[in-house]
Design a binder for this molecule. Structure first.
Ligand code: PMV
Length: 346
């Protein structure tokens, strides 16, 4: 090796929000259906990794400068899964320092941005120690996927597709690709305001939710639905068809929660204010003819989606009607963002 002791790198990567949802997986962390998301601008993770040679490996994780052990099991599992492809993990000690741009305890999952940041740092360090192993973006996406499925889509900016669609030969279950269409301008600056309904840890994790899809009575129907929606969404993104986009986005979000409600055991993550917000969004769209719609993650928070040109009108209504329904009036304003960045001189 060409270095004496320490090597370091820092990457900042985006979180993302799926419009066609990944729900259900096969070993190892392969999706049962394709998903399509866009990367976010404000919700990002910055991770710095410093490695030094140590025969028995090991790591230390610091969140916002403080030693934290709460994520150790997840990180350990991830490192074990990727060490075959990243041999530096086996004989180096890793100091991992991470911070998120979005506030803690908002119920916003940080796994997509944190796992993709980790994957970029490790792939970069592996390359620095062995130049014969170039940093290939599909490989980074595939590494990130092993940390958290949705992280596979956080290696590019803009719109991304992860999961095999036979109609799109370059698509893969192993890694994400940029949406293989020319995305209409309206969708390149789309807004996503996250209306925080409840910020506490959800009672059923995404991993448990994915597992419940294995024997789900609607499994086959869901897989077919997601395939059709993924192909249709690509069409709508290209043609800029907002009405069709809205119909599809809301149906996907409600289908995700319907799958949870019809799992065995069944559960619901929606809360009374989630439903009130959904009603208000639909009512505002109808009354004012403004193309706002919603999507949801696996949680009670509502993502309010709309084109940039309506920002002012939406903001005024949001402050008046939606903010009072949010926990402590919390709203995180975000929009379609750029891809990962290597931070020099951190
Ligand atoms: O990446 P995971 O395992 O946390 O799963 C994410 C699942 C959803 O957020 C509900 C949907 C998606 O495609 O991001």
């Amino acid at each position: 090796m060409q270095y004496s002791n320490e090597l370091t790198t820092t990457w900042q990567t985006p979180s993302n929000i799926a419009i066609v949802k990944y729900w259900g997986k096969r070993e190892v962390q392969e999706p049962v259906n394709p998903s399509i998301s866009f990367s976010l601008s404000a919700a990002r993770t910055t991770t710095k990794i410093t490695i030094s040679p140590r025969e028995e490996g090991g790591f230390l994780f610091l969140l916002d400068g403080k030693e934290t052990t709460g994520f150790d099991t997840k990180i350990k599992k991830f490192l074990e899964l990727v060490q075959g492809r990243l041999p530096i993990i086996k004989n180096h000690f890793l100091k991992i320092e991470s911070s998120n741009t979005f506030p803690h305890s908002t119920g916003i999952a940080s796994s997509a941005s944190s796992m993709s940041a980790l994957a970029f740092c490790l792939a970069d360090l592996q390359q620095q120690t062995n130049r014969k192993h170039p940093l290939n973006i599909s490989e980074v996406s595939s590494l990130a996927r092993l940390g958290s499925g949705s992280a596979a889509r956080s290696v590019f900016g803009g719109w991304n597709l992860w999961g095999r669609l036979s109609e799109i030969p370059e698509s893969s279950d192993h890694y994400a690709i940029p949406a293989p269409v020319s995305v209409a301008p309206v969708f390149q600056t789309f807004h996503d305001d996250i209306l925080i309904v409840n910020s506490t840890t959800k009672p059923v994790s995404s991993s448990a939710g994915h597992a419940l899809m294995n024997n789900h009575p609607f499994r086959d129907g869901r897989i077919n639905q997601a395939h059709t929606n993924a192909l249709n969404l690509l069409k709508h993104l290209e043609t800029g068809n907002l009405d069709a986009f809205i119909e599809l986005a809301e149906s996907e979000a409600l289908s995700l929660h319907a799958l949870m409600m019809s799992s065995s055991p069944s559960y619901t993550l929606l809360q009374p204010n989630s439903l009130i917000l959904i009603e208000k969004i639909r009512e505002f769209r109808k009354t004012n003819d403004i193309p706002v719609c919603f999507t949801m993650d696996a949680g009670p928070n509502i993502h309010l989606l709309y084109p940039h040109e309506f920002s002012e009108k939406v903001k005024e209504w949001q402050e008046r009607q939606l903010k009072p329904l949010c926990e402590e009036g919390r709203i995180i304003r975000d929009f379609v963002g750029k891809g990962p960045q290597k931070i020099i001189n951190s």
